[in-house]
Design a protein around this ligand. Sequence first.
Ligand SMILES: Cc1cc2nc3c(=O)[nH]c(=O)nc-3n(C[C@H](O)[C@H](O)[C@H](O)COP(=O)(O)OP(=O)(O)OC[C@H]3O[C@@H](n4cnc5c(N)ncnc54)[C@H](O)[C@@H]3O)c2cc1C
Length: 473
Amino acid sequence: MIREETTVSLSTSRAPISIDELRSGVRGRVVTPDDADYDAVRGIMYAGVDSRPAAIVRVTDAADVSAVVSIARETGAELAVRSGGHSAAGHSSCEGGIVIDVRDLDSLDIDVDGRTAWAGSGLTAGAYTAEAAKHGLATGFGDTGSVGLGGLTLGGGVGYLVRKYGLTIDNLLAAEIVTADGEVRIVDAGNEPELFWAIRGGGGNFGVATRFRYRLHELDGVVGGILVLPATAETVAGFIAAAESAPEELSTIANVMNCPPMPFVPEEHHGSLVILGMLAYAGDAKAGQRALAPFRALAEPLADLLRPIPYPEMFPPDDPDYHPTAVSRTMFIDHVDAPVAQTIAEFLAASDASMRVAQLRVLGGACARVPTEATAYAHRASRIMVNVAAFYDGEEDKPRREAWVAEFSAALHQGDAAAYVNFVGDEGEARVRAAYPGRTWDRLAGIKRRYDPDNLFHRNQNIPPAAAGAVTT
Ligand SMILES: Cc1cc2nc3c(=O)[nH]c(=O)nc-3n(C[C@H](O)[C@H](O)[C@H](O)COP(=O)(O)OP(=O)(O)OC[C@H]3O[C@@H](n4cnc5c(N)ncnc54)[C@H](O)[C@@H]3O)c2cc1C
């Protein structure tokens, strides 16, 4: 087919570029508004973000990425990077510019004996986990299979193995990354260690990751799954106390929320306040049952699906039509005693949002043993991660849901202003800084200056390059 020369007005600060030029520079497909599947390809998880890029490049390898990075750098085109498309801030797309879409970077090369794997950054956590489980192996990611390795890994990665094996980045051995100068670099502890430090928590600020090398652990399934309990101040405080005193083989997520219409919960409890607990014990099955007993003893469960399961079953089934509009706030707290649990129950009961939740993740264990300054994720001493969220229904509904989230999170505040970058939405510069407390911000800004002095990669939770002459290390 002969295509006419297409010069699209990309949002550029310098020269316009032609789509044909872009097409001739890469092996991967370049999707534009003229393509029938443009809307499907540009779609991201959260509704409410509806950016229309001029071109989405489905890159096939690091050379493609390098070519697009160079074109964007030379033309000044706005550039976004997309893996699983789960950014709450809508950063994985952009208006009028180019999206580097890494979803076709989905190779997975598992070294079973060496217990490591090279994985394309476009793989989802679910796809990787299912493949690794065939060998009785696992790397910890988050709580949802559809999340992309790209965003999840670069921000940290807190999931069902966090207490046993740490964050995803604690199991990251190396990465292949294309920096703003177009160079393809392999970084690890010995090779460009500062860049390797920065990408373990610093997000997409330093380049486009094309592959990651992870450590794998032997994991022949877990004892776990879903436990639904009625939520009261006593059960919520009891759940957190049990999670804190559990052996670190057990990682938990307590979603305190209005009960969704789940078929395995009796209908009369749908809508009532529950703890939708996700628990995973990574170890001996009998010891796992013992570790789970204190949770079951908190109240008569409304549903008890805890049992020995293959690890990939921890991920809820993917729903490609799930595109919520939500507002949220992420934070860290030290304790959930009875008054805190009472506050949680009261705020959730007072809201009529179609979905409202306080998600509590007890940290500690292997995650906490990594020194704070060892990676750009600097929250090693934080004990409990909290996410407060509510769905909103149309723009007119949004302000009151935002107000509820703000009041709720303020009521829970216990003196720690820090935030986990992967759960920060479009919340402004102060919140990005909050993700990098202490010296972390300055060190990241210095590395940014070295590898991306013109802030080409700014469509993210942005860390601007340090000013010339700034002391950063
Ligand atoms: C339903 C849901 C559940 C979640 N659960 C967890 C959880 O349990 N634990 C947890 O830690 N997080 C969790 N998250 C947060 C998640 O880790 C972040 O939203 C993450 O950024 C998503 O990664 P992604 O690749 O899917 O998203 P994308 O939107 O594709 O990417 C997000 C950003 O990451 C950067 N990025 C992505 N890929 C690359 C790449 N290859 N190179 C350079 N930069 C890149 C870009 O800046 C991009 O804008 C969850 C999010 C959702 C929506």
